[in-house]
Design a protein around this ligand. Structure first.
Ligand code: IVH
Length: 671
């Protein structure tokens, strides 16, 4: 290929890749397989390597190219990035509506209502369709230039789409950079195990990730964006907010799919209530709704104050942050031996849930936040994430308890603890009752042997009463052993023994998961079972063989191999396999739902969204967030959102809750 040909092909590839990025990130409707996309991308990279002078800044290969900065440049916004007038009360909403109507001299007013996204506000500037600048909000007039960092966010187009609708030559946009809750939890897990300070919430994680001087770090953080406003754009053909949102979509930007057009207060209240109910099901955090006058000309009539526009109002949800007192800090030993300090608190209601304990993670976290028994603390709940202690609330003049320190001996078995990074660990893996109880609980858990009636309390009891010294002992328990124990009667004793017996016929992947091998979660257990097909084959697998399995990394391979070379583990395993019947893994897909994409919308009644997700995943299905042509089923609960319309439009199979449950049972789920 000569230079001219290469140039033409590169231009063509830019267009094709951009188009598929748009379908994937903006429309959530990919049309090609990942492998095909990778091939196009690789071809572009190869051509660019051959002709480096043909690399342009808007090339899809140029997302992560920037060098680390010493400081961020100051950037003046195209128009002030104002804040919002906000309140949680209906009365304040009424007053806002009255002011708007009075200001416009009409009662005939239309609003657009949108979720109030809890992220970091950014300005994106496109010059002739090419992203040239991005900045934080800063003081509203001047922000920090974070262009290189924003370029790493896959959902931000480096070049706008040229479609039917022309974009203005200079376009400044406003949007919110967010981090999805699952990505946030994973990031915090990574930070914690590296002994680093976790983020308090997804908003801080998004803002903190954007303000990294090294774009490589930002690139490693899973950020996302929703664009909702045109700050400046001479010649943009839109006269309403609704048209603005449609135009942004046309230009290839990612726009939230929840906004709605309404004309009355009751409709606004309904939307507010609806989103508050769905709040836990959304994949990202919102803290209210934003009510915006739809008509842009009307906005000019109303104008702005120095702080906020008079045409918009943030109608917030009641906070999920509360203040309460720490009664006690209690270390508890998990199944892996890690000793975690937990705060027992005076019960407090957080967004409809009563909370009385929170995880303080490790000794360094307690020290960093300087939390002591008796302190007043601010706690919060994000999504359905476990409550967290955000910070201590300083109380002037109050005498505080002494600093908390981790115990020197394991609270369960009195072994001397060891320190591993920020964590405190009990090394007595096989002799520590707390670790054994934890392992037993895990072995019996839903995704493992799924033994009905064997939860945390019972596991502790069985270990505490000396009925279980190692996992295999579980299968030797007789009803008469249980009957004298607290909380057991003849009937419950018999049913637990029966449940244990039934669970002893178990699929290999559930058994593997139940063993609690470090790094082996539900998905990896499935992968291993499918690959090795028998416990014997897996036990013998060499490190290289494990690493060659798709989805198993070097660290995982090492842990698995280490687990199967520990003599004590092998002795336990030998006794376990005498007691259980491992069901053969037959066929490749096993369940027939392997890799089928399932999307949920609306609330379910008989099980939580999380349980439904786990159930589907345990059968090999993939649960994704948005409907595309690739979606196998859309499961519709009460109050379905716009996903339903999309599924109908695309001809995706729609199931109600009962049909979903039947599908799961038909594929072998037992519940
Ligand atoms: S409009 C002039 N729409 O909320 C109006 N803001 O508390 C500008 N926010 O700084 C804002 N979601 O970062 C608007 N759908 C949405 C929003 C939104 C989140 C943020 C924005 C603003 C903050 C004000």
């Amino acid at each position: 290929m000569n230079r001219t040909q290469a140039e033409a092909r590169i231009r063509e590839l830019h267009g094709v890749i951009r188009h598929h990025d748009y379908l994937y990130y903006v429309k959530d409707r990919p049309e090609i397989q990942d492998a095909e996309y990778d091939r196009l991308f690789a071809e572009l990279k190869q051509l660019e390597a051959q002709f480096p002078e043909l690399v342009t800044p808007d090339s899809p290969t140029q997302r992560v190219g920037g060098v680390a900065l010493d400081q961020f440049p100051k950037i003046e916004h195209a128009a002030p990035m104002l804040s919002l007038d906000s309140d949680q009360t209906e009365a304040a909403l009424q007053r806002f509506d009255e002011r708007v109507k009075k200001g416009l001299g009409t009662v005939d007013v239309r609003y657009v209502v949108e979720p109030k996204l809890d992220g970091a506000s950014v300005e994106l500037v496109y010059d002739n369709g090419v992203l040239v600048r991005a900045s934080t909000r800063g003081d509203g007039t001047v922000g920090e230039g974070i262009t290189e960092n924003v370029r790493t966010i896959a959902a931000v187009p480096l070049r706008l789409r040229e479609g039917r609708l022309k974009y203005p030559p200079l376009l400044a946009l406003r949007g919110e950079v967010i981090m999805r809750i699952d990505a946030f939890e994973e990031l915090n897990g990574r930070l914690l195990s590296a002994g680093k300070v976790p983020f308090a919430n997804p908003r801080n994680a998004a803002a903190g990730s954007l303000r990294q001087l090294d774009p490589q770090i930002t690139a490693s953080r899973p950020l996302d964006v929703y664009v909702y406003d045109i700050l400046a754009g001479e010649g943009a053909e839109a006269s309403t907010q609704w048209q603005v949102l449609r135009a942004l979509e046309e230009w290839g930007l990612r726009v939230n799919d929840l906004p709605r057009r309404v004309t009355s207060i009751p409709e606004i209240l309904e939307y507010h209530q609806e989103l508050e109910l769905r709040r836990d099901d959304l994949e990202y955090e919102i803290d209210g709704i934003v009510v915006k006058l739809d008509d842009l000309a009307g906005r000019h009539v109303l104008g702005v104050t120095s702080h906020h526009p008079r045409w918009a109002f943030a109608f917030k949800f009641p906070p999920r942050k509360e203040i309460t007192r720490v009664l006690k800090i209690v270390p508890s030993v998990g199944r892996t031996g890690v000793i975690t300090p937990g705060a027992l608190m005076r019960p407090v209601e957080l967004g409809g849930v009563t909370v009385s304990r929170a995880n303080l993670h490790n000794r360094e976290e307690v020290a960093r936040k300087d939390i002591r028994e008796g302190d007043l603390v601010r706690v919060q709940r994000a999504g359905d994430v476990i409550p967290q202690v955000v910070e201590r609330v300083v109380e002037a003049g109050r005498k505080r308890a002494k600093r908390f320190s981790m115990p020197e001996r394991c609270p369960s078995c009195s072994s001397e603890v060891i320190e591993r990074g920020p964590f405190t660990v009990c090394p007595n893996s096989y002799g520590c009752p707390a670790q054994l109880a934890g392992r037993l609980e895990h072995f019996a858990s839903r995704d493992a042997l799924d033994i009905d009636g064997l939860g945390e309390e019972t596991a502790k009891l069985l270990v505490g009463e000396g009925l279980v010294h190692t996992l295999p002992d579980l299968f030797a328990i007789r009803p008469e052993d249980l009957m004298p124990l607290d909380g057991f009667a003849a009937k419950s004793a018999v049913s637990l023994v029966r449940a244990i017996d039934q669970a002893s016929r178990v699929e290999l992947h559930r058994f593997l998961f139940g063993l609690g091998i470090p790094e082996v979660g539900v998905t990896v257990a499935r992968v291993l079972a499918r690959h090795f097909r028998s416990l014997g084959a897996l036990r013998k697998a060499a490190r290289e063989e494990l690493e060659a399995v798709d989805g198993v990394g070097p660290k995982m391979a090492q842990q698995i191999q280490q687990f199967f070379s520990d003599k004590r583990n092998l002795a336990i395993l030998d006794r376990l396999v005498e007691r259980v019947t491992l069901l053969e893994v037959t066929g490749d897909s096993g369940t027939g739902l392997a890799d089928i994409k399932i999307v949920f919308t609306g609330g379910l009644e008989s099980l939580s969204r999380r349980e439904a997700k786990q159930l589907a995943e345990s059968l090999g299905a993939k649960v994704t967030s948005s409907v595309s042509r690739e979606t196998g089923y859309l499961v519709v609960g009460t109050d379905p959102g716009s996903k339903y319309d999309k599924a109908i439009e695309l001809g995706v199979a729609v199931l109600n809750e009962q049909e979903f449950v039947r599908l799961m049972r038909d594929h072998g789920a037992e519940f």
